[in-house]
Design a protein around this ligand. Structure first.
Ligand code: IMP
Length: 417
Protein backbone atom coordinates (compact mmCIF):
# COMPACT_ATOMS: atom_id res chain seq x y z
CA UNK A 1 0.00 0.00 0.00
CA UNK A 2 1.54 3.33 -1.07
CA UNK A 3 -0.95 6.13 -0.28
CA UNK A 4 -3.66 6.47 2.40
CA UNK A 5 -6.31 9.08 3.10
CA UNK A 6 -7.84 9.69 6.54
CA UNK A 7 -11.18 11.49 6.67
CA UNK A 8 -13.71 12.31 9.38
CA UNK A 9 -17.18 10.78 9.11
CA UNK A 10 -19.04 12.99 11.56
CA UNK A 11 -18.95 16.79 12.08
CA UNK A 12 -15.23 16.95 12.83
CA UNK A 13 -13.41 16.23 16.11
CA UNK A 14 -13.46 12.47 15.46
CA UNK A 15 -9.87 12.07 16.63
CA UNK A 16 -8.32 12.11 13.14
CA UNK A 17 -5.14 13.71 14.47
CA UNK A 18 -4.44 10.65 16.60
CA UNK A 19 -5.13 8.24 13.71
CA UNK A 20 -2.92 10.23 11.35
CA UNK A 21 -0.24 10.27 14.00
CA UNK A 22 -0.43 6.47 14.34
CA UNK A 23 -0.29 5.85 10.58
CA UNK A 24 2.35 8.51 9.99
CA UNK A 25 5.08 6.33 11.46
CA UNK A 26 5.27 4.55 8.11
CA UNK A 27 4.84 7.36 5.57
CA UNK A 28 7.11 9.96 3.97
CA UNK A 29 4.71 12.90 3.93
CA UNK A 30 1.40 13.98 5.44
CA UNK A 31 -0.75 16.29 3.33
CA UNK A 32 -3.60 18.64 4.31
CA UNK A 33 -5.90 19.50 1.41
CA UNK A 34 -8.55 21.91 2.75
CA UNK A 35 -9.58 24.17 5.60
CA UNK A 36 -7.32 26.26 7.76
CA UNK A 37 -7.05 27.35 11.36
CA UNK A 38 -10.67 26.34 11.99
CA UNK A 39 -9.21 22.86 12.54
CA UNK A 40 -7.38 21.91 15.67
CA UNK A 41 -5.61 18.64 16.23
CA UNK A 42 -4.59 17.56 19.69
CA UNK A 43 -2.03 14.81 19.90
CA UNK A 44 -0.51 13.39 23.08
CA UNK A 45 3.04 12.11 22.89
CA UNK A 46 3.62 10.59 26.27
CA UNK A 47 1.80 13.08 28.44
CA UNK A 48 2.81 16.09 26.35
CA UNK A 49 -0.10 17.77 24.55
CA UNK A 50 0.52 19.21 21.08
CA UNK A 51 -2.10 21.42 19.39
CA UNK A 52 -1.75 22.10 15.68
CA UNK A 53 -4.15 24.05 13.45
CA UNK A 54 -2.62 24.06 9.95
CA UNK A 55 0.36 21.78 10.15
CA UNK A 56 -0.38 18.07 9.80
CA UNK A 57 0.35 16.17 13.00
CA UNK A 58 2.80 14.03 11.04
CA UNK A 59 5.37 16.78 11.64
CA UNK A 60 5.81 15.37 15.15
CA UNK A 61 7.51 12.33 13.61
CA UNK A 62 11.14 12.93 12.70
CA UNK A 63 11.88 12.88 8.99
CA UNK A 64 8.30 13.27 7.73
CA UNK A 65 7.45 16.09 5.33
CA UNK A 66 4.33 18.11 6.23
CA UNK A 67 2.57 19.55 3.21
CA UNK A 68 -0.06 22.30 3.28
CA UNK A 69 -1.96 21.85 0.03
CA UNK A 70 -3.40 24.36 -2.40
CA UNK A 71 -6.95 23.79 -1.10
CA UNK A 72 -6.07 25.29 2.26
CA UNK A 73 -6.64 28.83 3.51
CA UNK A 74 -3.78 29.94 5.75
CA UNK A 75 -4.01 32.36 8.64
CA UNK A 76 -0.55 33.96 8.92
CA UNK A 77 -0.44 34.71 12.66
CA UNK A 78 -1.67 31.22 13.61
CA UNK A 79 0.73 29.46 11.29
CA UNK A 80 3.66 31.48 12.61
CA UNK A 81 2.58 30.63 16.18
CA UNK A 82 2.48 26.91 15.33
CA UNK A 83 5.88 27.05 13.68
CA UNK A 84 7.35 28.77 16.74
CA UNK A 85 6.15 25.84 18.89
CA UNK A 86 8.21 23.44 16.75
CA UNK A 87 11.95 23.18 16.20
CA UNK A 88 13.88 24.82 13.32
CA UNK A 89 14.56 21.31 12.03
CA UNK A 90 10.79 20.67 11.86
CA UNK A 91 10.33 23.93 9.94
CA UNK A 92 12.63 22.64 7.22
CA UNK A 93 10.14 19.78 6.65
CA UNK A 94 7.07 22.01 6.18
CA UNK A 95 6.06 22.85 2.60
CA UNK A 96 3.27 25.30 1.76
CA UNK A 97 1.52 25.34 -1.59
CA UNK A 98 2.10 28.51 -3.59
CA UNK A 99 -1.57 28.21 -4.59
CA UNK A 100 -2.97 28.08 -1.05
CA UNK A 101 -4.92 31.21 -0.13
CA UNK A 102 -4.17 33.61 2.72
CA UNK A 103 -6.77 34.41 5.39
CA UNK A 104 -6.57 38.18 5.91
CA UNK A 105 -7.86 40.49 8.65
CA UNK A 106 -10.77 41.67 6.47
CA UNK A 107 -12.01 38.06 6.29
CA UNK A 108 -12.37 37.89 10.07
CA UNK A 109 -14.04 41.33 10.12
CA UNK A 110 -16.60 40.35 7.46
CA UNK A 111 -17.35 37.06 9.20
CA UNK A 112 -18.01 38.74 12.54
CA UNK A 113 -20.55 41.05 10.86
CA UNK A 114 -22.22 38.17 9.01
CA UNK A 115 -22.51 36.03 12.14
CA UNK A 116 -23.71 38.93 14.31
CA UNK A 117 -26.37 40.02 11.83
CA UNK A 118 -27.63 36.59 10.71
CA UNK A 119 -31.13 35.62 11.83
CA UNK A 120 -29.71 32.14 12.36
CA UNK A 121 -25.91 32.23 12.71
CA UNK A 122 -23.86 29.23 11.59
CA UNK A 123 -21.76 29.24 14.73
CA UNK A 124 -18.47 29.37 12.83
CA UNK A 125 -15.06 29.31 14.44
CA UNK A 126 -14.71 33.02 13.48
CA UNK A 127 -11.35 32.34 11.85
CA UNK A 128 -12.36 34.02 8.56
CA UNK A 129 -12.63 30.73 6.70
CA UNK A 130 -15.87 31.36 4.76
CA UNK A 131 -14.91 34.88 3.60
CA UNK A 132 -11.43 33.66 2.60
CA UNK A 133 -12.99 30.99 0.36
CA UNK A 134 -15.44 33.62 -0.93
CA UNK A 135 -12.47 35.74 -2.03
CA UNK A 136 -10.84 32.66 -3.56
CA UNK A 137 -13.89 31.70 -5.59
CA UNK A 138 -14.69 35.35 -6.31
CA UNK A 139 -11.15 35.57 -7.75
CA UNK A 140 -10.09 38.32 -5.36
CA UNK A 141 -7.89 36.27 -3.06
CA UNK A 142 -4.21 36.53 -2.18
CA UNK A 143 -2.17 33.35 -2.59
CA UNK A 144 0.89 32.22 -0.70
CA UNK A 145 2.87 32.32 -3.95
CA UNK A 146 1.98 36.01 -4.39
CA UNK A 147 3.70 36.84 -1.11
CA UNK A 148 7.05 35.62 -2.36
CA UNK A 149 6.85 37.44 -5.71
CA UNK A 150 9.39 40.28 -5.71
CA UNK A 151 7.69 43.56 -4.81
CA UNK A 152 4.23 42.11 -4.19
CA UNK A 153 4.00 42.60 -0.43
CA UNK A 154 5.91 45.87 -0.44
CA UNK A 155 4.35 47.55 -3.51
CA UNK A 156 1.10 45.87 -4.55
CA UNK A 157 -0.62 44.30 -1.55
CA UNK A 158 -1.80 47.40 0.29
CA UNK A 159 -3.75 48.76 -2.68
CA UNK A 160 -5.31 45.32 -3.28
CA UNK A 161 -6.41 45.00 0.34
CA UNK A 162 -7.73 48.57 0.53
CA UNK A 163 -9.87 47.84 -2.51
CA UNK A 164 -11.30 44.72 -0.83
CA UNK A 165 -11.96 46.60 2.41
CA UNK A 166 -13.88 49.31 0.51
CA UNK A 167 -15.92 46.80 -1.50
CA UNK A 168 -16.77 44.79 1.61
CA UNK A 169 -17.41 47.84 3.82
CA UNK A 170 -14.90 46.99 6.57
CA UNK A 171 -12.32 49.20 8.26
CA UNK A 172 -9.29 50.12 6.12
CA UNK A 173 -7.22 49.32 9.19
CA UNK A 174 -7.64 45.68 8.08
CA UNK A 175 -5.52 46.45 5.02
CA UNK A 176 -2.69 47.89 7.11
CA UNK A 177 -2.79 44.89 9.43
CA UNK A 178 -2.93 42.58 6.41
CA UNK A 179 0.28 44.01 4.98
CA UNK A 180 2.03 43.70 8.36
CA UNK A 181 1.08 40.08 8.89
CA UNK A 182 1.85 39.08 5.30
CA UNK A 183 5.29 40.68 5.64
CA UNK A 184 5.93 38.56 8.75
CA UNK A 185 4.69 35.43 7.03
CA UNK A 186 6.85 36.02 3.95
CA UNK A 187 9.94 36.69 6.07
CA UNK A 188 9.42 33.67 8.37
CA UNK A 189 8.07 31.08 5.96
CA UNK A 190 8.63 32.36 2.42
CA UNK A 191 11.40 29.81 1.87
CA UNK A 192 8.90 26.98 2.37
CA UNK A 193 6.41 28.15 -0.29
CA UNK A 194 6.67 25.88 -3.33
CA UNK A 195 4.66 24.07 -6.00
CA UNK A 196 3.47 21.24 -3.73
CA UNK A 197 1.52 19.59 -6.54
CA UNK A 198 4.81 18.97 -8.33
CA UNK A 199 6.41 17.75 -5.09
CA UNK A 200 3.60 15.24 -4.46
CA UNK A 201 3.74 13.80 -7.95
CA UNK A 202 7.52 13.56 -7.73
CA UNK A 203 7.25 11.75 -4.39
CA UNK A 204 4.74 9.34 -5.92
CA UNK A 205 7.03 8.65 -8.86
CA UNK A 206 9.94 7.83 -6.55
CA UNK A 207 7.89 5.38 -4.47
CA UNK A 208 7.39 7.62 -1.44
CA UNK A 209 4.31 7.07 0.72
CA UNK A 210 1.78 9.84 1.19
CA UNK A 211 -0.89 10.22 3.86
CA UNK A 212 -3.70 12.68 3.10
CA UNK A 213 -5.46 14.15 6.09
CA UNK A 214 -8.94 15.68 5.91
CA UNK A 215 -9.71 18.33 8.50
CA UNK A 216 -13.28 18.74 9.88
CA UNK A 217 -15.65 15.97 8.78
CA UNK A 218 -17.82 14.81 5.93
CA UNK A 219 -21.01 16.22 7.50
CA UNK A 220 -19.38 19.68 7.36
CA UNK A 221 -18.59 19.33 3.64
CA UNK A 222 -19.76 22.36 1.63
CA UNK A 223 -21.51 20.10 -0.92
CA UNK A 224 -22.49 17.02 1.05
CA UNK A 225 -22.88 18.20 4.65
CA UNK A 226 -25.80 19.74 6.50
CA UNK A 227 -25.76 22.90 4.34
CA UNK A 228 -25.74 25.80 5.20
CA UNK A 229 -24.43 24.62 8.61
CA UNK A 230 -21.15 23.47 7.12
CA UNK A 231 -17.64 24.74 6.57
CA UNK A 232 -16.63 26.30 3.23
CA UNK A 233 -14.38 23.53 1.91
CA UNK A 234 -14.51 19.85 0.95
CA UNK A 235 -13.27 17.76 3.89
CA UNK A 236 -14.46 14.55 2.27
CA UNK A 237 -12.18 12.30 0.22
CA UNK A 238 -13.71 13.94 -2.86
CA UNK A 239 -11.78 17.10 -1.98
CA UNK A 240 -8.35 15.48 -2.23
CA UNK A 241 -7.95 16.02 -5.98
CA UNK A 242 -8.74 19.72 -6.15
CA UNK A 243 -7.23 20.41 -2.75
CA UNK A 244 -3.83 18.86 -3.37
CA UNK A 245 -3.37 18.53 -7.11
CA UNK A 246 -2.74 14.80 -6.60
CA UNK A 247 -5.02 12.35 -8.39
CA UNK A 248 -7.24 10.46 -5.90
CA UNK A 249 -7.02 7.49 -8.29
CA UNK A 250 -3.54 6.89 -6.90
CA UNK A 251 -4.76 6.54 -3.30
CA UNK A 252 -4.94 2.92 -2.18
CA UNK A 253 -6.93 3.06 1.05
CA UNK A 254 -9.39 5.50 2.63
CA UNK A 255 -9.82 5.30 6.40
CA UNK A 256 -12.99 6.87 7.78
CA UNK A 257 -12.70 7.99 11.38
CA UNK A 258 -15.71 7.90 13.69
CA UNK A 259 -16.15 8.17 17.41
CA UNK A 260 -18.17 5.47 19.15
CA UNK A 261 -20.67 8.30 19.71
CA UNK A 262 -21.13 11.62 17.93
CA UNK A 263 -20.40 15.31 18.54
CA UNK A 264 -20.99 18.57 16.77
CA UNK A 265 -19.81 22.15 17.45
CA UNK A 266 -21.84 25.08 16.16
CA UNK A 267 -25.39 25.20 14.91
CA UNK A 268 -27.28 22.90 12.57
CA UNK A 269 -29.14 19.61 12.53
CA UNK A 270 -27.88 16.72 14.65
CA UNK A 271 -30.46 13.90 14.50
CA UNK A 272 -28.89 11.68 17.18
CA UNK A 273 -28.27 14.53 19.64
CA UNK A 274 -29.00 14.03 23.34
CA UNK A 275 -29.46 16.74 25.94
CA UNK A 276 -29.75 17.07 29.70
CA UNK A 277 -27.79 15.15 32.33
CA UNK A 278 -26.88 12.24 30.06
CA UNK A 279 -25.39 14.69 27.58
CA UNK A 280 -23.48 16.58 30.27
CA UNK A 281 -22.03 13.32 31.59
CA UNK A 282 -20.95 12.19 28.10
CA UNK A 283 -19.43 15.62 27.33
CA UNK A 284 -17.44 15.61 30.56
CA UNK A 285 -16.33 11.99 30.17
CA UNK A 286 -15.17 12.62 26.61
CA UNK A 287 -13.62 16.05 27.29
CA UNK A 288 -15.81 17.37 24.50
CA UNK A 289 -14.75 21.00 24.34
CA UNK A 290 -13.46 22.57 21.11
CA UNK A 291 -9.69 22.63 20.50
CA UNK A 292 -9.94 25.85 18.48
CA UNK A 293 -12.70 27.76 20.30
CA UNK A 294 -13.08 25.95 23.65
CA UNK A 295 -16.85 25.74 23.00
CA UNK A 296 -18.69 22.81 24.63
CA UNK A 297 -19.52 20.27 21.93
CA UNK A 298 -23.05 19.00 21.43
CA UNK A 299 -23.15 15.24 21.94
CA UNK A 300 -25.25 12.34 20.68
CA UNK A 301 -25.15 8.66 19.77
CA UNK A 302 -23.43 6.92 16.90
CA UNK A 303 -25.61 7.40 13.84
CA UNK A 304 -25.57 4.47 11.41
CA UNK A 305 -27.55 6.03 8.52
CA UNK A 306 -25.17 9.01 8.63
CA UNK A 307 -22.16 6.72 8.80
CA UNK A 308 -23.38 4.73 5.77
CA UNK A 309 -23.99 7.98 3.84
CA UNK A 310 -20.48 9.23 4.60
CA UNK A 311 -18.88 5.85 3.99
CA UNK A 312 -20.43 5.63 0.53
CA UNK A 313 -19.55 9.21 -0.36
CA UNK A 314 -15.94 8.79 0.73
CA UNK A 315 -15.60 5.27 -0.66
CA UNK A 316 -14.31 4.17 2.73
CA UNK A 317 -12.20 1.00 2.88
CA UNK A 318 -12.12 0.73 6.67
CA UNK A 319 -13.10 2.50 9.86
CA UNK A 320 -10.95 3.85 12.64
CA UNK A 321 -13.10 3.78 15.77
CA UNK A 322 -12.13 6.32 18.41
CA UNK A 323 -13.05 7.30 21.96
CA UNK A 324 -14.65 3.94 22.77
CA UNK A 325 -12.96 4.30 26.19
CA UNK A 326 -15.46 7.08 27.00
CA UNK A 327 -18.35 4.57 26.91
CA UNK A 328 -16.62 1.82 28.91
CA UNK A 329 -18.69 0.22 31.65
CA UNK A 330 -22.12 0.33 30.02
CA UNK A 331 -24.04 -2.92 29.59
CA UNK A 332 -25.45 -1.54 26.37
CA UNK A 333 -24.62 1.39 24.13
CA UNK A 334 -27.37 3.35 22.34
CA UNK A 335 -26.94 3.56 18.56
CA UNK A 336 -29.23 5.30 16.05
CA UNK A 337 -30.16 2.90 13.24
CA UNK A 338 -32.87 4.87 11.40
CA UNK A 339 -35.09 7.92 11.57
CA UNK A 340 -38.83 8.43 11.69
CA UNK A 341 -40.24 11.41 9.82
CA UNK A 342 -43.94 11.56 10.58
CA UNK A 343 -45.31 8.14 9.57
CA UNK A 344 -42.33 7.37 7.38
CA UNK A 345 -39.35 5.26 8.43
CA UNK A 346 -36.18 6.59 6.74
CA UNK A 347 -32.99 4.62 6.37
CA UNK A 348 -30.99 7.51 4.97
CA UNK A 349 -30.48 11.18 5.68
CA UNK A 350 -33.16 13.55 4.40
CA UNK A 351 -32.07 16.49 2.21
CA UNK A 352 -33.41 19.51 4.03
CA UNK A 353 -32.33 21.03 7.31
CA UNK A 354 -36.00 21.25 8.33
CA UNK A 355 -36.50 17.49 7.82
CA UNK A 356 -33.19 16.65 9.48
CA UNK A 357 -34.29 18.66 12.49
CA UNK A 358 -37.73 17.07 12.49
CA UNK A 359 -36.68 13.40 12.40
CA UNK A 360 -37.09 11.18 15.45
CA UNK A 361 -34.11 8.84 15.77
CA UNK A 362 -34.71 5.09 16.05
CA UNK A 363 -32.40 3.96 18.85
CA UNK A 364 -31.18 0.39 19.32
CA UNK A 365 -29.13 -0.90 22.26
CA UNK A 366 -25.91 -2.54 21.12
CA UNK A 367 -23.60 -4.62 23.35
CA UNK A 368 -21.37 -2.58 25.67
CA UNK A 369 -17.86 -3.30 26.98
CA UNK A 370 -16.12 -3.30 30.34
CA UNK A 371 -12.70 -2.49 29.02
CA UNK A 372 -11.49 -1.13 25.72
CA UNK A 373 -9.78 -3.91 23.94
CA UNK A 374 -10.33 -5.97 20.89
CA UNK A 375 -11.88 -8.90 22.78
CA UNK A 376 -14.24 -6.97 25.02
CA UNK A 377 -15.42 -4.83 22.13
CA UNK A 378 -15.82 -7.66 19.63
CA UNK A 379 -19.67 -7.85 19.80
CA UNK A 380 -20.01 -4.10 19.23
CA UNK A 381 -17.45 -4.06 16.43
CA UNK A 382 -19.13 -7.01 14.71
CA UNK A 383 -22.46 -5.24 14.90
CA UNK A 384 -20.95 -2.08 13.38
CA UNK A 385 -19.26 -4.02 10.60
CA UNK A 386 -22.49 -5.90 9.82
CA UNK A 387 -24.60 -2.71 9.78
CA UNK A 388 -22.23 -0.84 7.46
CA UNK A 389 -20.46 -3.58 5.52
CA UNK A 390 -17.10 -1.98 6.35
CA UNK A 391 -14.35 -3.46 8.54
CA UNK A 392 -12.73 -1.71 11.50
CA UNK A 393 -8.97 -1.42 10.90
CA UNK A 394 -8.00 0.74 13.89
CA UNK A 395 -9.38 0.94 17.41
CA UNK A 396 -8.17 3.85 19.50
CA UNK A 397 -8.26 2.91 23.16
CA UNK A 398 -7.14 6.18 24.76
CA UNK A 399 -5.50 9.55 24.14
CA UNK A 400 -1.88 8.49 23.94
CA UNK A 401 -0.11 7.45 20.74
CA UNK A 402 0.47 3.92 22.07
CA UNK A 403 -3.17 3.38 23.12
CA UNK A 404 -4.34 1.75 19.92
CA UNK A 405 -5.18 -1.67 18.41
CA UNK A 406 -4.29 -2.02 14.74
CA UNK A 407 -5.86 -4.67 12.52
CA UNK A 408 -5.66 -5.63 8.86
CA UNK A 409 -4.62 -4.14 6.46
CA UNK A 410 -2.33 -1.95 8.60
CA UNK A 411 -1.00 -4.69 10.84
CA UNK A 412 1.78 -6.72 9.26
CA UNK A 413 3.56 -9.15 11.58
CA UNK A 414 3.17 -6.87 14.55
CA UNK A 415 4.20 -3.74 12.65
CA UNK A 416 2.17 -0.88 11.20
CA UNK A 417 2.12 -1.37 7.40
P1 IMP B 1 -16.03 27.58 9.87
O1 IMP B 1 -15.31 26.43 9.30
O2 IMP B 1 -15.26 28.34 10.89
O3 IMP B 1 -16.63 28.44 8.79
O4 IMP B 1 -17.31 27.00 10.69
C1 IMP B 1 -18.39 26.37 10.03
C2 IMP B 1 -18.92 25.21 10.87
O5 IMP B 1 -17.94 24.19 10.91
C3 IMP B 1 -19.20 25.56 12.33
O6 IMP B 1 -20.30 24.78 12.77
C4 IMP B 1 -17.95 25.13 13.05
O7 IMP B 1 -18.19 24.82 14.41
C5 IMP B 1 -17.60 23.89 12.26
N1 IMP B 1 -16.17 23.55 12.30
C6 IMP B 1 -15.17 24.12 11.59
N2 IMP B 1 -14.00 23.52 11.87
C7 IMP B 1 -14.26 22.55 12.74
C8 IMP B 1 -13.45 21.55 13.37
O8 IMP B 1 -12.23 21.44 13.16
N3 IMP B 1 -14.08 20.71 14.20
C9 IMP B 1 -15.43 20.77 14.42
N4 IMP B 1 -16.23 21.67 13.85
C10 IMP B 1 -15.65 22.56 13.01
Amino acid sequence: MQHICVVGLNWGDEGKGKIVDVLASDVDAVVRYQGGANAGHTVYIGDVRHVLHHIPTGILHGGIQAILGNGMVIEPAKLIEEVESLSEEALSRIWISDRAHVVLPHHGAVERILEEQASRPIGTTLRGIGPAYQDKFGRSGVRMGDLVQPGFVDDVLEARLLERCRVLGVSEQCATEGVQICTQLRDRLGSQVIDTCHLLNEMHATGKKLLFEGAQGCMLDIDFGTYPFVTSSSPSFLGVGTGSGFSPRKIDHVVGVTKAYCTRVGEGPFPSEITGEAADALREAGGEFGTTTGRPRRVGWLDIPMLCYCAALNDIDSFALTKADVLTGRDTVPVVTGYRLGEELLESLPFSVADMEAVEPVVEQWPGWNQVDERAMQPFIERLEAATGIPVSILSTGKRRDEVCIFSPFQVEGEVA
